[in-house]
Design a protein around this ligand. Structure first.
Ligand SMILES: NC(=O)c1ccc[n+]([C@@H]2O[C@H](COP(=O)([O-])OP(=O)(O)OC[C@H]3O[C@@H](n4cnc5c(N)ncnc54)[C@H](OP(=O)(O)O)[C@@H]3O)[C@@H](O)[C@H]2O)c1
Length: 312
């Protein structure tokens, strides 16, 4: 149940009493260091209080620096923001989980994390190379660890008070079910690609029934064109209600009961993406009837990330 009718400040409770997640999150998948710092600062100034990070984005240091400065400058308390980061595929072995978590937490300059996610359900060869490949360029997977082994190590982070909640990202319903059934601490959040072309309705219904927050990544379809930002129905609704296509997409995501992430490098778009309001019911229904289906990122099938430059 989403708290508050003002979508900009709405929050959604996490299971196990692990606090509340602001439904509008800012994604930090930004390849450039200077742009990461300015974008994080601008997002905080625009009003975002939820930041999504990852070890794999290789910019936790910059996000941490910007958050520390932004909180001090804005008189914002740590408890007023919600910060997530993610365990990368090369750290799935249980003995690697806590060191990876601690390294991320230190880079982010935080004493605790609100949420820690397993970035993808695919374990890669353990080590410092984030994208291990064989001579033929094929990913080297790690067959010596199961997702449940990794989940058990994530549970101990919660036991020891290192993070408030844990979850999974880039997971399918088939992948989620066995973890959900065997977990001692059930996933609080799943983060998956979702937008009108990939509504993931079955997964969303499961999450609603089981009290798991569904966090929609790529609500703007990664900005890929042609894509959801240029869909004729979205454009028509935006023109009709005097909002931008991005605002329509983000409002739709929240109104259907998901939390959502968006990312931009520009301050004006950060303000635009934060300044959303509820869609009229007919517009919401019209978006639900869009028939186009498209997944923009295949990471869910392979564990290999899309949209991350290699070898930085
Ligand atoms: N778990 C995963 O594997 C995974 C995968 C992908 C993403 N994510 C998370 O989800 C976050 C969001 O995903 P994303 O960044 O790929 O997708 P997105 O937010 O759907 O799209 C971002 C793109 O849209 C553009 N954009 C942003 N606001 C706009 C606006 N108001 N009007 C028009 N274009 C706009 C941005 O360009 P400008 O920067 O030029 O504004 C950028 O190119 C990521 O940062 C990350 O935290 C997670």
């Amino acid at each position: 149940m989403i708290e508050s009718s003002d979508l900009r400040i709405a929050r959604i409770p996490l299971n196990h009493g692990a606090g509340h997640m602001p439904v509008l999150g800012f994604g930090t998948l930004i390849p450039d260091s200077a742009a990461t710092i300015s974008a994080t600062r601008d997002a905080l100034e625009a009003g975002f209080r939820h930041f999504d990070c990852a070890e794999r984005y290789r910019n936790e240091r910059e996000v941490g620096e910007a958050l520390e400065a932004g909180l001090a400058a804005g008189g914002i308390a740590r408890e007023d923001i919600f910060v997530t980061t993610k365990l990368w595929n090369t750290n799935h072995r249980p003995e690697r989980v806590e060191p990876a978590f601690e390294a991320s937490r230190n880079r982010l300059r935080l004493s605790y994390l609100d949420l820690y996610l397993i970035h993808t359900p695919f374990a890669f060869q353990p080590g410092d190379e984030q994208d291990p490949r064989d001579q033929n360029g094929k990913v080297i997977y790690d067959r010596g660890v199961t997702l449940l082994d990794t989940w058990r190590a994530m549970e101990s982070l919660v036991d020891h008070g290192r993070c408030r909640a844990i979850g999974l990202s880039d997971i399918t319903l088939d992948g989620l079910l066995p973890i959900y059934e065997s977990a001692r601490i059930r996933p609080a959040v799943i983060q998956v690609e979702a937008h009108p072309y990939l509504p993931e309705t079955e997964l969303l219904e499961f999450c609603k029934k089981k009290d798991i927050v569904f966090l929609a990544g790529a609500p703007l379809g990664h900005g890929i064109k042609p894509g959801v930002l240029e869909d004729p129905i979205i454009l028509a609704i935006a023109a009709r209600i005097g909002k931008t296509p991005a605002q329509v997409l983000l409002a739709w995501a929240v109104q259907r009961g998901t939390a959502t992430l968006s990312k931009t490098r520009t301050a004006a778009r950060a303000r635009e993406n934060f300044n959303i309001s509820a869609l009229p019911e007919d517009a919401f229904d019209e978006i639900n009837r869009i028939q186009t289906r498209q997944r923009f990122n295949e990471v869910v099938k392979t564990g290999s990330p899309g949209f991350i430059p290699q070898g930085r």
